[in-house]
Design a protein around this ligand. Structure first.
Ligand SMILES: Nc1ncnc2c1ncn2[C@@H]1O[C@H](COP(=O)(O)OP(=O)(O)O)[C@@H](O)[C@H]1O
Ligand SMILES: [Mg+2]
Length: 255
């Protein structure tokens, strides 16, 4: 998992002002509809048998929205999020994320897309154990070729904003679950991406810690205006969204 995270984070970036070049693809960074999915179908082969997970699914996310994707375990919430984050393939349909048609780009272009367009917040935080909090938060900036001193300063600022100004040099093993979650949030937000994909972000936290983490994320969202898709089976967490959806039988239904 750690190797996967390093590979995921180690993606090159080519950025020219507001336009980003991904292979032969040009797209504009500032766009209103961040996610536009039409007739998405996805199946997995389980014991040589095709099992349909997402079935003619449609989904839109606009700028500055916090949208929930709820539903029982195993319905395909993470699968949908991974497709939006170009981490998983799909069978048919159109998936456009901030103007990039994910069905039409190569694997290398997908890596660049992930480095420039989206950030993930994971349930298990996936911090690198041998790196301190400030180093963990600096990594996505360094990958994006930000000057190391500037990256350190930005990481420090973001950690202060999530209430960890006193824990900059602590390693993940020295942090509580709630503190690690905050580092994960800081790492996701430090690059200023427009779209944050959160998969059960409070899944392994107690109720109080989970509430305080979400209140902190909401306060930051008001200021930074990112859009967020929150995948969760926790209805209390989902109720903080600006728009709620439930994944049932392969399609998203508004709640
Ligand atoms: N790589 C995979 N290969 C085969 N089946 C998978 C794979 N990933 C997920 N699945 C299956 O797809 C279904 C949806 O999984 P997932 O998206 O993780 O559900 P959720 O996040 O809603 O709990 C589950 O039945 C799961 O077992
Ligand atoms: Mg899941």
């Amino acid at each position: 998992m750690v190797i996967f995270l390093i590979l995921f984070l180690c993606q090159a970036r080519v950025n020219i002002n507001r336009f980003t070049i991904i292979g032969s693809f040009f797209y504009i960074q500032d766009c209103m509809t961040l996610v536009n999915i039409e007739n998405l179908n996805k199946s997995y082969f389980i014991q040589d048998k095709g099992v349909s997970i997402l079935s003619d699914l449609n989904f839109k996310v606009e700028e500055s929205e916090i949208v929930s994707v709820e539903g029982a375990s195993g319905v395909g919430k993470s699968t949908l999020l991974n497709i939006i984050g170009a981490m998983d393939h799909f069978d048919t349909g159109t998936v456009q994320v901030c103007g990039v048609d994910l069905g039409k780009i190569s694997e290398v272009e997908k890596e660049k897309f992930r480095a420039t367009k989206i950030s993930f917040i994971f349930q298990h935080h996936l911090l690198l154990p041998d790196f301190s909090a400030i180093e963990n938060v600096s990594i996505p900036l360094l990958i994006n070729k930000v000057n190391p001193n500037k990256a350190k300063q930005k990481a420090k600022d973001m950690l202060e904003r999530v209430g960890l100004g006193e824990r900059l040099d602590n390693f993940p093993s020295q942090l509580s679950g709630g503190e690690s979650a905050r580092v994960g949030v800081a790492r996701a937000l430090v690059t200023g991406k427009q779209l944050i994909l959160a998969d059960e972000p409070t899944g392994n936290l107690d109720k109080t810690t989970s509430k305080s983490l979400m209140n902190m994320v909401l306060a930051l969202q008001k200021e930074l205006k990112f859009s967020m898709i929150i995948v969760t089976h926790d209805t209390e967490l989902a109720s903080l969204s600006t728009r709620r959806n439930k994944l049932i039988s392969g399609v998203l239904k508004p709640i």
